[in-house]
Design a protein around this ligand. Structure first.
Ligand SMILES: C[C@@H](C(=O)O)C(=O)SCCNC(=O)CCNC(=O)[C@H](O)C(C)(C)COP(=O)(O)OP(=O)(O)OC[C@H]1O[C@@H](n2cnc3c(N)ncnc32)[C@H](O)[C@@H]1OP(=O)(O)O
Ligand SMILES: [Co+2]
Length: 136
């Protein structure tokens, strides 16, 4: 078993991070605990904890990144779900061995120093799945 601990975060693609934060903070009352640019993913992200999981708002930093492409095709909205795992490398090995299509064969650097990897939506019944491992 790959040992999923919880939903780490839900990734929401937005066109304008500042405007989205106005809604999530101002109207929903959540609090942004950090914003960060993740160059490798071509995104600027904001994290807003909700109990044991977080909302991750994502704005594209380029017109050709995965978030820009997603919005072009689908409009703004939920782009991925991220599950926290104990051991990401082992999880990826197991899933690969079972024929799951991996977008990332090896962990990459995510926001907040997390190690992350994505599973292709064609292998997960239509949802882009991120697996992430954190030290804390
Ligand atoms: C900062 C970090 C963190 O948390 O630490 C993050 O989250 S970064 C979050 C942003 N980074 C990422 O998303 C990286 C991983 N994503 C990718 O590599 C890509 O976006 C793919 C998921 C492979 C999609 O690539 P691309 O847009 O080139 O392909 P495409 O448009 O031809 O899509 C191929 C098929 O997958 C579907 N598809 C595409 N994106 C999808 C999504 N987000 N959810 C569900 N289905 C999706 C399309 O509808 C299409 O299906 P049909 O063929 O049926 O039409
Ligand atoms: Co994410």
């Amino acid at each position: 078993m790959i040992g999923i601990k919880k939903i780490d975060h839900i990734g929401i693609a937005v066109k304008d991070l500042a405007k989205a934060i106005e809604f999530y903070e101002g109207l929903l009352g959540l609090k942004v605990t950090g914003t960060e640019v993740v160059e490798e993913q071509k995104v600027k992200v904001a994290f807003l904890p909700t109990g044991d999981s977080e909302v991750e708002l994502l704005e594209s930093t380029t017109p050709d990144g995965p978030i820009a492409r997603f919005i072009e095709k689908n409009g703004e909205g939920i782009q991925h779900i991220a599950f926290r795992v104990e051991n990401l490398e082992q999880a990826l090995e197991e899933l690969k061995a079972k024929g799951v299509r991996l977008i990332d064969e090896k962990p990459r650097l995510g926001a907040g120093g997390a190690r992350i990897a994505f599973l292709h939506p064609k292998s997960t019944f239509g949802t882009l799945v991120e697996l992430c491992e954190r030290d804390n």
